[in-house]
Design a protein around this ligand. Structure first.
Ligand SMILES: Cc1ncc(COP(=O)(O)O)c(C=O)c1O
Length: 358
């Protein structure tokens, strides 16, 4: 492949445009491929910014999963991150890029768990006060972790969207930096570094499955692969019981759904978000919905065949790969295992539900 030249003339404080990358090649004088990408600049800066704090996560090949799916399956182990989920990449990138003045005001966000853990963990690293709003029935394992990183926990609302609305009001009252769960270029750029690592470790990858909640990780994967390996097919996955991102993608407008009662809390949102949806509208070609039983089965397959722990959202890409097995037969497939933060009670439920054994 021709070498790649990155242009880095973009100011970090400028919001990146969401238009598709302009790619010109070959360049007449040296034959290099030139990528003129504000997003890629942010993503490469993110990689440098998070490198002192996070190691690249492993990408492992699993014969037993490959046999099950009928394709060559590699798993990107974001469940091995220090908070047990990929979100930490975005949290560190965002807080590391804040000014000292902004840091002194503290940060506030709403989360069903992993985004909150990410902000709490990153805030602790940089000595920044953090408030995390969580819904009333939040995963106790995730809440305990957020507290352990020193964040103040604010329990409010029956679901994520009620919590988010409340947090947005409090942010203004307390003068804290509100961190939006999706409309944040630094979060998207931070989590996009997963795709850089995948392409470096497995340049021959052909298909990549990625769970979609707010849409940051799928957006990041799309931005990186469209710039560096457009032939790599990115497939988004959402729970059929929380399908606002899927509906919005399908209708090309922001759609709010009536429900988000999936047990995969990382995917549980009733609303879709503008910045990530624009990226999905431009670049995502395939988006799959999976049901609760498929998610549960995928968690069990991860335990049985890879000896690794996936939470519901983390197992969604495997559930989708099984659903699409005819289309991906024999191909080189990467599954983002985005998180493994399951409470003991929930894991027992997953393992003992009779339908799990079918
Ligand atoms: C484990 C896990 N996977 C996937 C997602 C969805 O990620 P995104 O909001 O970037 O679409 C989340 C969101 O919190 C998550 O916690």
């Amino acid at each position: 492949m021709a070498s790649i030249v990155y242009r880095t003339a973009v100011r970090e404080d400028k919001l990146p445009r969401i238009s598709p990358p302009r790619t010109r090649r070959p360049q007449s004088h040296c034959g290099c491929r030139v990528i003129d990408l504000p997003w890629m600049t942010l993503i490469l800066q993110a990689r440098q910014r998070i490198a002192p704090y996070l190691r690249p996560t492993p990408l492992h090949y699993y014969p037993l999963l490959s046999e099950l799916v009928g394709a060559d399956i590699w798993v990107k182990h974001e469940n091995y991150q220090p908070i047990g989920a990929f979100k930490v990449r975005g949290g560190i990138n965002l807080i590391a890029s804040m000014s000292p003045e902004e840091r002194s005001r503290g940060v506030i966000t709403a989360s069903t768990g992993n985004h909150g853990q990410s902000i709490a963990y990153a805030a602790r690293l940089f000595g920044v006060p953090a408030v995390i709003g969580v819904p009333e029935d939040s995963n106790p394992a995730k809440m305990a972790a957020m507290r352990s990183w020193g964040a103040e926990i604010l329990v409010h609302g029956r679901d994520f969207d009620e919590t988010r609305e409340r947090v947005e009001t409090i942010a203004a009252d307390r003068g804290m930096r509100y961190v939006h769960p999706a409309n944040e270029p630094m979060l998207i750029a931070g989590v996009a570094t997963i795709a850089l690592e995948v392409l470096e470790a497995l340049p021959e990858a052909e298909v990549l499955f990625c769970a979609v909640g707010g849409g940051s990780s799928c957006s990041g994967a799309l931005l990186v692969t469209r710039a560096l390996k457009p032939s790599l097919e990115v497939i988004g996955v959402q729970s059929a019981r929380a399908s606002s991102a899927h509906e919005s993608w399908r209708q090309r407008r922001l759609v709010t759904t009536g429900r988000s009662d999936t047990f995969a809390e990382g995917l549980a949102t009733r609303v879709a978000f503008e910045m990530t949806q624009h990226i999905l509208w431009q670049h995502l070609r395939r988006f799959v919905l999976v049901d609760e039983e498929e998610l549960r089965q995928a968690m069990i397959h991860y335990l049985d065949r890879a000896r690794t722990l996936a939470e519901g959202a983390g197992a969604a890409p495997l559930a989708a790969a099984l659903k699409c097995r005819e289309d991906i037969r024999g191909r080189k497939v990467v599954l983002y295992l985005s998180g493994g933060n399951v409470s003991r009670e929930h894991l027992v439920h997953v393992l003992t539900d009779p339908r799990s054994w079918t």
